[in-house]
Design a protein around this ligand. Structure first.
Ligand code: PLP
Length: 467
């Protein structure tokens, strides 16, 4: 009991937050076309839009910022990152970039030639867009358990090894640019990938002489799940697990806005010096010189410190425990959430939450809007809107799951906030079966449409989304 309530922090600084009146919340939604990205953040009470860049930095990160080195070339703060990457991941060749997608752009513009493929577990949206922008295509080979929102399989981010090999044979190994494992699998619900699976994928990569890269935004959370769910790793430290995990990869892209708990920053890290050398000019051209790459010295200093903090077990236990606590509060109330509960977010199954809204009418998006109206809580849809259209056929892609994501910022919200969120979800759920219509597009923007498309209500006479 005592251990369960162990919070390894106390507050040293606070930020005031407040909630606008209910009628104002509905008009804010309408003005913004029910798109969560169009809500001004000052009008949000609890912001669960993303766990990206929204974490609370520690006193040690702030003091690293004060003593950061802003030199253009050879910055000490860059060498702090190199040291952390060496100790935690075991790599020598580090390219700094301003955020994760910049690393993706640089990597894909060099490794992908037209008509090549990147098989992996459900690719993140910017990852997929950058692969397609380089005229490549993604192949999703996530295990079939990931499609079942009620299966308790502990590593739903795993790749289906059989499917992976079949796909490689089908397109031919020469057409495979590289294999990508996303840890944890963000688009798949923050679900982890097991060490065993990483080893198996590594074997396939070697068999066909293919490179294996990680999308490592949440590497530390993945290590926590390996430690707590994979018996062979129970007694290993997070850093030992991290070192082993990365030993199977040829490099990684990383958004530092997630596990490294900085507001901005990213890394592109390579094992192979030839690839490293080939990427350098792209970093200089797009991001900046090789010892800052779009980051300030302050960002680099905080990032290096954040990497160490993210791999402390008591932090991860509290962090993932808080997400799990919210999930369990919802589960106890029979809210249809994806299980097991992921590392950085709780996902509510929109199709099951609003069983009478047809799936073409965006039930998960409707839940996001309802949560803002009911409690000033901002979430995001990871479903039919995000899935977008097939770039070749132009048809809407039907995602396996239509989800409302409640992403929990790191070290930012309290137990009371989790209770408030759970109570708000329950309030909407009470009446959810009586809601029989959802949204249609008002404006559908072309390409990664979820950021700027707008919706209108099918039943325009509604005075509240959920009552
Ligand atoms: C956030 C994220 C990215 C993109 O990183 P940005 O820093 O937002 O550019 C890529 N992959 C995954 C898995 C992510 O979560």
């Amino acid at each position: 009991m005592k251990e369960q309530w162990f919070v390894p922090y106390r507050y040293k600084m606070v930020e005031k937050i407040s909630i606008p009146p209910k009628n104002e919340r509905l008009s804010i939604l309408k003005q913004g076309g029910f798109n969560m990205f169009s809500i001004p953040s000052e009008k949000v009470y609890i912001d669960l839009l993303t766990d990206s860049g929204t974490g609370t930095m520690s006193d040690k990160q702030w003091s690293a910022i004060v003593s950061a080195d802003e030199s253009y070339a050879g910055s000490r703060s860059f060498f702090d990152i190199k040291k952390a990457v060496k100790e935690i991941m075991g790599f020598e060749h580090v390219l700094p970039v301003h955020q994760g997608r910049a690393a993706e752009k640089v990597l894909n513009s060099v490794l992908i030639k037209e008509g090549m493929f990147v098989p992996g577990n459900t690719h993140f949206d910017t990852t997929k867009a950058h692969i397609e922008n380089a005229k490549g295509r993604c192949i999703d080979v996530t295990i079939s358990e990931s499609e079942n929102s009620t299966s308790d399989y502990p590593f739903k981010g795993d790749l289906d090894i059989y499917k992976l090999e079949e796909e490689i044979k089908k397109v031919t190994p020469e057409k495979v640019a590289y294999i990508l494992i996303t840890v944890t699998c963000n688009s798949g619900g923050g679900q982890p990938v097991s060490m065993q699976n990483i080893k198996d994928v590594h074997k396939i990569a070697r068999k066909y002489s293919l490179k294996l890269f990680f999308d490592a935004a949440r590497f530390a959370e993945n290590c926590y799940f390996i430690k707590t769910r994979e018996i062979a790793y129970n007694n290993r430290t997070i850093r030992e697990i991290s070192n082993e995990m990365f030993s199977y990869s040829d490099g990684f892209t990383m958004s530092s806005k997630k596990d490294a708990i900085v507001p901005m920053g990213g890394l592109l890290v390579l094992r192979d010096v030839d690839i490293f050398d080939a990427l350098k000019p792209f970093v200089i051209l797009n991001e900046g010189y090789l010892t800052y790459g779009g980051m300030s010295g302050m960002t680099m200093a905080a990032l290096a410190q954040g990497l160490y903090e993210s791999t402390e077990f008591d932090y991860l236990h509290y962090r993932i425990g808080q997400v799990k606590m919210l999930g369990e509060l919802l589960k106890e109330a029979s809210i249809p959430i994806v299980t097991p509960i992921g590392g950085h977010a709780v996902f509510i199954d929109g199709r099951r939450f609003f069983p009478n809204i047809s799936e073409e009418q965006f039930p998960a998006q409707y839940l996001c809007a309802s949560l803002y109206e009911a409690g000033g809580i901002r979430t995001v849809e990871v479903g039919a809107n995000l899935a977008d259209r097939d770039p070749d056929t132009g048809e809407n892609i039907r995602p396996k799951l239509d989800l409302c994501r409640l992403a929990i910022p790191r070290r930012s919200y309290s137990y009371e906030h989790m209770m408030y969120i759970a109570e708000t979800v329950k309030e909407i759920y009470k009446n959810s079966k009586s809601i029989t219509s959802g949204f249609q597009f008002d404006f559908e923007s072309k390409g990664i449409r979820h950021f700027s498309s707008t919706f209108k209500l099918i039943n325009s006479k509604r005075e509240s989304l959920f009552e």
